[in-house]
Ligand binder design. Structure first.
Ligand code: FES
Length: 169
């Protein structure tokens, strides 16, 4: 029963009812919007929070990527240094010079073996991709550099904001 109903049941009506109702309100009284509690259970699945690894940089606009690598992660920390590389999803990704990356398939074109790695060439200081099976060599664009590598291999585009490396076709 509300206070209004209670006072009415006591016989207060019209102006006398209003006078009693308003006389009980003090200036310091405040109105609080009480939270509404629903008695029906929610049927929606809670949203799992997703932590963005790259903020709102332009590379977030690349949606059809093949790989998105957080280079601060322990498993991919090799990419933090020049000459370091990782292989994920059969793609070799390397930091070939400060802040510059390259990516190729690890599938050799000489024979279908997944043995292509990144190999900074110690003799001419030019970075290369290299097949450990027979020695096919490829440049950063996938172009073959010797007879074993004459067919070339697929190279991918790379974008990075310094924290995340995105490999896309
Ligand atoms: S399989 Fe790669 S060089 Fe032969």
């Amino acid at each position: 029963m509300t206070r209004y109903e209670f006072l009415k049941s006591l016989g207060f009506t019209g102006a006398s009812l209003m006078a009693v109702l308003t006389s009980c309100v003090r200036e310091e009284d405040t109105v609080i919007d009480a939270p509404r509690i629903s008695t029906t259970a929610s049927t929606t699945t809670p949203t799992v929070p997703v932590t963005p690894i790259s903020g709102t940089s332009d590379i977030d606009k690349i949606t059809n990527y093949l790989l998105k690598i957080d280079i601060s992660a322990t498993s991919t920390s090799a990419l933090k240094k020049v000459g370091g590389y990782v292989i994920q999803n059969n793609i070799v990704v390397a930091q070939v010079s400060a802040g510059a990356f390259a990516a190729v398939t690890n599938l050799c074109s000489h024979e279908p073996k997944r043995k292509v790695i990144y190999s900074p060439n110690p003799t001419n200081a030019t970075p290369e991709f290299y097949c450990t099976d027979h020695g096919a060599r490829f440049d950063m664009t996938g172009k073959g550099l010797n007879s074993y590598g004459s067919k070339g291999i697929t190279a991918y585009k790379i974008a990075t904001d310094g924290k995340v490396v995105v490999v896309y076709a």
